[in-house]
Design a protein around this ligand. Structure first.
Ligand SMILES: *Cc1c(COP(=O)(O)O)cnc(C)c1O
Length: 414
């Protein structure tokens, strides 16, 4: 462990999860696509199965691919190393990971704990999962400041996102962990990645990622991962075995392949975001820009303390409201109008109409997700080219609302 602590993140990213390669005599992660494994020794096979079913990290035989896969396990060990966690458990998507951790927290252990404290805003899917009642949990939505008052005797986790989707607000993890009175705090760190923040070092019990975003980084893998103690990991593996939300080994291979460039990608995109956010802040069509790196946008000085940089996601409110936002989505030529984020290409989307569509409208507005809000995930293109594209789309949106004033009225978005 002392070796990892001395080496820089870039070195770790390039080598993590590859320790056994020289023993195996390979240079790239082997992909094991087996769904089942030969079991000539029934006694040994039963012992492997018992061990994996109890949440064990590995066994002499994987037995069956829903129980274990070595390609996936290799990427998990890489993520654990990056998050400075004992263990990490991979899932088929970020939502599968969040569902598994809620099931693990609420259903396993001696006493069932059916209450969750959640800090809004959250990713639309997470918010909807909690509010829908699907998992039969009681939810209290709280501000970071009022977490202590929201805790009940059977609260199983406090769930928060920082930076939060979509308005990139930062939450002080250490402060929330203090207020949680011993209840485990779970941080969705998708926007930050281990390059910018390590929530476990700030007092979180678990960190979760939609690896579909920056960790995958190329818009071609759907994945999720949870990192924390081995005790939590064992529970999560048990849930994964039973519910089947396993990560495909091809996806794990692609995720592992993306790690050596993670820091380069996040930092380059962050620099692009800096240039675009700064210009948007002075643009007449824009009412407000959300990016924690702007002056005054991080009053608690969490950047430098909790995060090493503000990241590559920003959002902005258009003065022209819904119609201006719709116009920009239709007018960008290089920027891709699409949901998701953290891809090599720059993506723009309308949270109220898309990613946060299923969030309760009142809560949505209270979280600052208005009809004129667009979220931009800055990619790796030259920021000057991106700005030219965005500025042209903003101009078009501005002149459209001048020429056709009727279009500026906001239609009801349920
Ligand atoms: C996308 C996202 C998720 C959900 O992940 P999927 O991989 O799409 O299931 C969860 N949290 C955040 C912050 C996200 O951006």
């Amino acid at each position: 462990m002392t070796r990892e602590r001395k080496e820089s993140l870039e070195t770790l990213l390039t080598h993590c999860g590859r320790e056994e390669f020289s023993r195996l005599g390979v240079h790239a992660p082997p992909i094991d696509l087996s769904t089942t494994y030969p079991l000539p020794d029934l006694g040994a096979a039963t012992a492997s199965l018992d061990h994996l079913a109890a949440g064990g990290a590995e066994a002499p035989s994987p037995v069956y691919a829903r129980l274990h896969n070595p390609t996936v396990a290799r990427w998990e060990s890489a993520i654990a190393e990056l998050e400075r966690a004992e263990s990490a458990v991979a899932f088929s998507s970020g939502m599968a990971a969040i569902t598994a951790l809620l099931l693990a927290a609420s259903s396993l252990g001696e006493a069932r704990r059916r209450h969750v404290v959640a800090v809004r805003p959250l990713y639309g899917g997470t918010d909807h999962l909690l509010a829908s009642g699907l998992l039969n949990l009681r939810i209290s939505f709280a501000d970071p400041e009022s977490v202590a008052e929201a805790i009940e005797p059977d609260t199983c986790v406090v769930l928060l996102e920082t930076p939060a989707n979509p308005t990139v607000g930062l939450v002080d993890i250490e402060a929330v962990a203090r207020r949680a009175c011993g209840v485990p705090v779970v941080v969705d760190s998708t926007f930050a990645t281990p390059v910018l923040q390590r929530p476990l070092e700030c007092g979180a019990a678990l960190v979760v990622h939609s690896a579909t975003k920056f960790l995958g980084g190329h818009g071609d893998v759907l994945a999720g991962v949870v990192a924390g103690s081995e005790e939590w990991a064992a529970r999560l593996r048990q849930v994964r075995i039973l519910t089947g939300g396993v990560l495909h080994p091809m996806a794990a291979y692609l995720l592992h392949r993306s790690l050596p460039t993670l820091s380069l990608r996040v930092r380059a995109a962050q620099e692009g975001a800096r240039r675009i956010a700064t210009r948007l802040a002075g643009h007449p069509a824009i009412e407000r820009v959300y990016w924690p790196g702007l002056p005054g946008a991080d009053p608690e000085h969490l950047i430098g303390r909790q995060m090493s940089g503000p990241g590559a996601i920003l959002a902005f409110d258009l003065r022209g409201g819904y119609e201006a936002a719709r116009s920009v989505m239709g007018a960008v030529r290089r920027i891709v109008p699409a949901v998701s984020l953290g891809s090599a290409d720059t993506l723009i989307q309308h949270p109220a109409g898309l990613t946060h569509r299923l969030v309760d409208p009142v809560a949505r507005r209270a979280a600052g997700i208005g009809d004129g809000l667009l979220r931009l995930s800055v990619g790796l293109e030259d920021p000057e080219d991106l700005w030219r594209d965005l500025a042209a789309a903003l101009e078009l949106a501005g002149s459209a609302s001048l020429l056709e004033p009727s279009l500026t009225s906001t239609p009801a978005l349920a």
